[in-house]
Ligand binder design. Structure first.
Ligand code: 1HN
Length: 344
């Protein structure tokens, strides 16, 4: 058969015709297992918070539209991705400021770190934000943020922007007024969909998203810690509960999954990996994460990128509560998600 030179001469005839030889590329297209490029990486709150506060002296939330420091996975510098598929950042609102109303196809999920008086309005319903709350903004809904209290309001944003842009199906729009009119009483979505009851006349107002906007921390945390009284922790995960769409029991958003984990002091998880690209925020306690033989020590408000299909263990040196988010919900819908539990 042809030698390398002859092959290369042939390839040169393909390129100008926008053709290529699959046999040279196949192994790169279908690997025996995922080769995740993202790096396990930690953003320490001690580093992040002062820089975020400094950005508060530089420009207002109105000027910025969103005053956010983006978590750039070191492997994808400048591309606004915490891992292969998800955007994440840390947002600051100062007292009296407004982050003006807009909407976009991408969905957002927020985990609140600091807030006395922060709120967001989603589709005309205002939700107060408190530490540890999870608040969602379904894709396509108008949302603006504000702050009636004192001190900085700070939260972690997770968005499915990289996936929406991969599909090239993003739309966005600004509202004329910087704040939406509040048309629904605070707590309306929880009353209608999140109280263990559902409307008799069925509706799914936000499509594949949960119709509940706010998952308060005290409820989530109390439920999670109550499990300890009657059940043993999963050896690979610890105690866990996920943020669920009450209409179908599925994930809270179509492309972003979120769950809360408790690891009791001294508990170590067994080696585990899954294909979803995850990130964590430490809500309480201290945790050491080992990934690919590298150890990371995390405390309150530290954020870590956990790339998919990478072996890991976690150990709590103090009772810990950890917030997780990932693209698992998108992967499951596409029939791609897999996990592997190592030997104990
Ligand atoms: C966005 O709308 C927010 O509403 C935060 O707070 C971060 C990153 C990219 C695109 C839209 C927000 C965002 C964003």
């Amino acid at each position: 058969m042809a030698d390398v030179k002859e092959k290369e001469a042939f390839y040169e005839k393909l390129t100008p015709n926008s053709l290529g030889p699959l046999w040279e590329r196949m192994k790169g297209l279908v690997s025996p297992e995922p080769r995740n490029k993202a790096k396990p990486f930690v953003w320490y709150y001690d580093t992040v918070r002062p820089l975020l506060m400094e950005s508060g002296d530089l420009l207002t939330a109105e000027e910025a539209e969103r005053r956010v420091l983006v978590f750039d996975n070191p492997e994808f510098a400048g591309t606004s991705r915490i891992n292969s598929t998800l955007y994440a950042g840390v947002q600051l609102i100062l007292p009296g400021e407004t982050a003006p109303a807009h909407k976009h196809a991408a969905g957002a999920l927020r985990f609140i770190l600091e807030s006395e008086g922060g709120y967001t309005t989603v589709d005309g319903e205002r939700s107060e934000m408190k530490r540890g709350d999870v608040v969602i903004t379904p894709g396509g809904t108008f949302h603006d943020h504000g702050h009636d209290g004192t001190g900085p309001v700070i939260w972690i944003d997770a968005l499915d922007v990289p996936m929406v842009n991969f599909f090239e199906c993003g739309f966005s729009e600004e509202l004329q007024d910087s704040k939406q009119k509040v048309t629904k009483q605070s707590g309306h979505s929880t009353a209608e969909f999140g109280s263990g009851m559902l409307p008799l006349v069925s509706s799914a107002p936000f499509g594949l998203n949960s119709p509940v906007f706010s998952y308060p921390y005290d409820r989530a945390r109390n439920a999670l810690l109550s499990l300890k009284a009657s059940a043993a922790p999963d050896p690979y995960i610890g105690y866990s509960l996920r943020y669920a769409n009450p209409l179908d029991g599925g994930w809270v958003m179509p492309m972003i999954a979120a769950w809360l984990v408790h690891l009791p002091r001294g508990f170590s998880t067994a080696p585990y990996r899954a294909t979803d690209n995850q990130a964590i925020v430490i809500s309480e306690g201290r945790v050491s994460v080992e990934m690919n033989g590298e150890a990371f020590d995390l405390g309150s408000n530290d954020v870590m990128a956990l790339p998919g299909w990478t072996w890991r263990t976690m150990r709590a040196s103090e009772d810990a509560v950890i917030f997780f988010f990932s693209d698992r919900s998108a992967q499951e819908k596409l029939g791609l998600w897999k996990e592997e539990r190592g030997n104990i």
